[in-house]
Design a binder for this molecule. Structure first.
Ligand SMILES: [Ca+2]
Ligand SMILES: [Ca+2]
Ligand SMILES: [Ca+2]
Ligand SMILES: [Ca+2]
Length: 752
């Protein structure tokens, strides 16, 4: 560990809440973790994407040397695929970091587009260190496998129009044009686009969208883009780098190859050339320098988010400086900041101050005073990450998340906390497009000094409309219900009676935790690597259950207690106390012990969701360290120890939907299921008009795959395939038929 790292860690400690905790930290919803080390830019677009068809979430991020696995993952451009039905996650590295171009920087996070054929396109770029954009494609298929890394050389493709390094990746797909776009920023402050008409395989230079403003020192203007997936891409842009230069904010949109201002006047008839390139101030002014809100003159600094809500409605949320000390970019300059909500109603932009953020924390970089996300499906909802409560202006010590709701077109807002009493910061919220009944709110939980210095996990809460979670049960772990790894061997516990020694075995430590024992590892400073174990939990009633591993943590400035858990040994994640949540006794009928004095607290790590038969034993896997898959890190103990106490589980009431979307209740004319109801055999009859690869699948109403058939090549005509359903529980199932790119689904009742 070099001196620089030590200084950074010392600074991190300064941002950690120091007072004694009086009540558990709170997270509205079920806190999940998607990646144990990563961050993305607050200026995000398509960094989190939901594949509704496959009920899968893609989250792109960049790992930092200060997080899990340290230098091994520094600068890695990563993607997490999360199965939203089970909670299981898989990781892929899209590109490994390197100190010349892909150094650890959250602004290099990848962005994604779902291709029309169901595959994925990932785009990423170094931050002003290359005149290249990088991309990879994962073809449609059961496994997500990324093809080789391709590089788009802007200087060659644009024949020299783009001759300075670029940054950012803002991909969009417009289905009405069947065209993919990717917008980047040049280091001179210009905005350019590349386009692809074959789903992202071949790209060409698209055109020069915006020029930097000419009437001041050359600054970097920054764009936020947001496409509606069909025919329109909105953009807001600052004139200059808001950190250093007084700057106004402007809005326009792309439609039918032209750039329009907010009211629909054409500003540039063709974005696909390098002619008539407008400057930002030719668009419609959203917010100007010196605007007075709540008696304060403000200066727009950062366009945090943008959404187009159909019709004429567009909203933007902006971070702005307030008060007198409005100039300068050095860290000593520390003015007050606020969030400004701006909404366009077809005629004009209206603005309202959402709340003051207060002075930034000492350690944090200039202008990182807060971040925000707009709900893409509800124009009356916004999420803020702020160190000051928008409810009453009180200072919070750390960045917390708030959900704001307005009932009067944005004029006034009510705020509820999403996180509360946190140990570390909650920042850079994102709400990806999904549908009106489902919301995924993701954010970064940890500590952040700058775009290159952070120790954060990617976490979030998924809200399915109508889904409810029952009371939790706690099952203490011990030699009676735990086994080694994937086999049937009993625990090989350490014989050492005090700490368990560094003998690479678990130790049953007496006098602590529930049932007066905890399974501990790595209590000595040199650490150890105890084996993977599993705890078996049997539930009394059949149903869908969520499972959590409960481990102890010590929320002081040094300790970093942690555990690895998951429902499958191949999808374990490392959970650290700093990104987890403490156990709340209100969630249990018979709560476990949750604190030992005011120093040790019981935490929960979400292991996943499973559909379970009555009496069926579910195994939850537990480990102290993970090795391999780029998730290993240096063996050390004491401050990084593991105290595993037991498993909590809770029933989840089904919401009557599958795969995050409503399934047609009527039978599709392309798909006939018979007999009805089905008993031991379900016949599926379908027609295709050309030779296709056909894949049939049967799901339960929670989206769990029960049976599958194919893929099989079928000739044109009518075909019938059958599923054996004799052993399936009676109830409603969903049959899905994928023929080429066409997918149909229908529900079927199975009775016995
Ligand atoms: Ca033009
Ligand atoms: Ca041991
Ligand atoms: Ca115990
Ligand atoms: Ca281990």
């Amino acid at each position: 560990m070099n001196r620089c790292t030590l200084i950074l860690i010392a600074l991190f400690i300064g941002t950690i809440r120091s007072e004694t905790r009086e009540r558990p930290d709170v997270v509205a919803g079920n806190l999940r973790q998607f990646n144990d080390n990563g961050a993305w830019s607050f200026r995000k677009n398509q960094q989190i994407v939901i594949d509704i068809e496959k009920n899968r979430l893609l989250a792109g991020s960049v790992a930092c040397s200060l997080g899990v696995a340290g230098a091994e993952r520094a600068g890695n451009v990563e993607v997490v695929l999360c199965d939203l039905t089970t909670g299981a996650v898989e990781w892929d590295t899209l590109r490994t970091g390197d100190p010349d171009s892909f150094l650890g920087d959250e602004r290099q996070s990848p962005a994604f587009v779902i291709r029309p054929d169901g595959g994925y396109l990932a785009l990423f770029a170094p931050y002003f260190r290359d005149i290249g954009s990088y991309y990879r494609i994962a073809e449609e298929g059961f496994w997500v496998e990324w093809n080789e890394v391709m590089r788009f050389d802007w200087s060659i493709e644009s024949a020299g129009v783009v001759n300075l390094p670029i940054a950012y990746s803002n991909p969009e797909y417009l289905s009405s044009e069947q065209r993919m776009y990717n917008f980047v920023g040049g280091s001179d402050g210009s905005a350019h686009l590349m386009v692809s008409d074959d789903s992202g395989v071949a790209w060409s230079y698209g055109g020069h969208l915006l020029n930097p403003s000419a009437n001041a020192e050359p600054g970097k203007s920054f764009c936020t883009y947001r496409g509606n997936g069909v025919e329109r891409i909105d953009v807001v842009v600052t004139e200059y780098h808001g950190d250093t230069t007084p700057s106004n904010l402007y809005h326009g949109y792309i439609r039918d190859n032209a750039l329009h201002n907010s009211v629909g006047s054409v500003i540039d008839a063709s974005i696909f050339d390098t002619l008539a390139v407008p400057q930002p101030d030719q668009l419609t002014e959203v917010l100007s320098d010196g605007t007075v809100l709540d008696d304060d003159a403000i200066r727009p600094c950062r366009n945090l988010d943008l959404q187009y809500y159909g019709g004429d409605t567009v909203a933007a949320v902006v971070l702005a400086r307030i008060g007198g000390d409005r100039e300068g970019a050095d860290r000593a300059t520390n003015p007050d900041y606020c969030f400004v909500y701006c909404r366009f109603d077809g005629k004009e932009w209206k603005r309202v101050m959402l709340g003051k953020t207060g002075l930034k924390p000492d350690a944090v970089e200039q202008e990182d005073a807060g971040s925000a996300a707009l709900d893409p499906h509800d124009k009356n909802i916004v999420y803020l990450s702020s160190i000051r409560s928008p409810r009453n202006d009180s200072l919070l010590g750390v960045y917390e998340l708030f959900k704001g709701m307005t009932g009067d077109q944005g004029a006034t807002w009510e705020w509820v906390p999403i996180t509360w009493n946190s140990d570390r910061d909650n920042f850079h919220p994102v709400v990806p497009k999904w549908d009106i009944n489902n919301t995924a709110l993701l954010w970064l939980r940890g500590s952040r000094l700058s775009a290159q210095q952070y120790d954060a996990a990617i976490v979030g809460a998924i809200d399915h409309e109508g889904e409810t979670t029952g009371k939790k049960d706690y099952v203490d772990a011990g030699r009676h219900n735990c086994l080694i790894g994937c086999g049937v061997d009993s625990l090989d516990l350490s014989l050492d009676e005090s700490t368990g020694g560094s003998d690479h075995r678990w130790h049953e430590r007496p006098d602590y935790g529930n049932n007066q024992t905890v399974l501990v590892s790595a209590e000595e400073a040199e650490g150890e690597d105890a084996p993977l174990i599993k705890e078996g939990v049997a539930v009394a009633e059949a149903g869908i259950y969520d499972f959590w591993a409960n481990f102890w943590g010590k929320p002081d400035t040094r300790s970093d207690w942690q555990i690895s858990t998951g429902l499958s040994p191949i999808s374990l994640q490392i959970f650290r106390q700093m990104a987890c949540r403490t156990v709340n006794t209100d969630e249990y009928d018979a709560p476990p012990l949750v604190n030992i004095g005011d120093t040790l607290f019981l935490y929960q790590a979400y292991a996943g969701r499973d559909t379970v038969a009555a009496g069926e034993l579910v195994w939850i896997f537990i480990d102290d360290h993970i090795t391999g898959d780029g998730h290993s890190f240096e063996q050390e103990g004491d401050e990084k120890r593991t105290w595993f106490d037991g498993i909590s589980y809770a029933p989840v009431a089904a919401a009557g939907r599958i795969a995050g979307k409503t399934v047609p209740a009527v039978f599709s004319s392309h798909l006939k299921l018979h007999p009805l109801p089905s008993r031991s055999l379900l016949n599926v009859t379908y027609s295709i008009d050309r030779t296709e690869t056909v894949e049939l699948a049967l799901f339960n109403t929670r989206g769990r795959l029960i049976r599958s058939h194919g893929p099989t090549m079928r000739r044109p005509g009518t075909h019938t395939d059958s599923f054996y359903t004799g052993r399936l529980a009676a109830g409603v199932y969903v049959c899905r038929c994928a023929a080429g790119t066409k997918v149909t689904a229908a529900t079927v009742k199975i009775a016995h």
